[in-house]
Design a protein around this ligand. Structure first.
Ligand SMILES: [Zn+2]
Length: 222
């Protein structure tokens, strides 16, 4: 059965890792909206577009993108994935109340309300900051190294493809603080909105290793 899984949590909670595990193990599509928007907003071919330039400025400073533009862009992509016959995973989206109100009806219409699962991963702020400021991403394949589980201090090469690592502008300590604040003020109320609308939100402790958190998610989905 095709499902929609939405994973929430502050930066560094492991949303992307869980989403990738679900995609690999349950044959679903991880619609990584952060990566998706980073790619289209930083694409040199799009820089003549005034809307793209406006959104890029927001993105690079850690402020949430314009909700109406986000929803329109995401809906097109979600419909493609559904039409291709795949279940859908979101990590970190839908980020604003506007997005939730406008996009949840689209998703429930496509997949059915009972196939919608929402998880909230919890980690304390200090864990969030620590995990993010150590985050290394592969420039070539996008792999994110879980630094906490490696002894090497400054790894230079991606273990998946040998490509060079880089630090995302999003993961600067000052930007992480803005992202944490944005999460609290703009994303957390969405969880209440969902509960009020009869959508179950399952809270999980995300401090253990990702594979342990995944075992819990998988059990719940089955
Ligand atoms: Zn790589």
């Amino acid at each position: 059965m095709k499902k929609v899984v939405i994973i929430y949590g502050p930066p560094g909670a492991g949303k992307g890792t869980q989403a990738n595990l679900l995609a690999a193990k349950l044959n679903m599509i991880h619609f990584d909206t952060g990566k998706y928007f980073e790619k289209i907003l930083h694409d040199p071919a799009n820089q003549k577009n005034r809307i793209i330039r406006r959104e890029r400025k927001l993105f690079d400073t850690g402020i949430l993108l314009t909700p109406s533009w986000v929803v329109k862009t995401e809906e097109i992509e979600a419909r493609k994935i559904h039409a291709a016959g795949f279940g859908l995973i979101f990590s970190g989206s839908l980020r604003t109340m506007y997005e939730a109100k406008h996009f949840i009806p689209v998703l429930t219409k496509l997949y059915g309300r009972k196939n919608l699962h929402v998880f909230a991963l919890n980690v304390p702020a200090e864990v969030s900051i620590k995990r993010n400021s150590n985050r290394m991403m592969c420039k070539f394949c996008g792999y994110g190294l879980l630094s906490a589980y490696y002894d090497v201090k400054k790894p230079k090469h991606c273990p998946v493809c040998g490509g060079p690592f880089y630090k995302r502008t999003l993961d600067n300590p000052a930007t992480i603080k803005i992202r944490l604040k944005e999460y609290k003020e703009r994303t957390e109320p969405i969880l209440d909105f969902m509960k009020e609308n009869g959508i179950k939100v399952l809270k999980l402790d995300a401090r253990p290793a990702p594979y342990k958190v995944f075992e819990r998610i998988e059990k719940i989905l089955k």
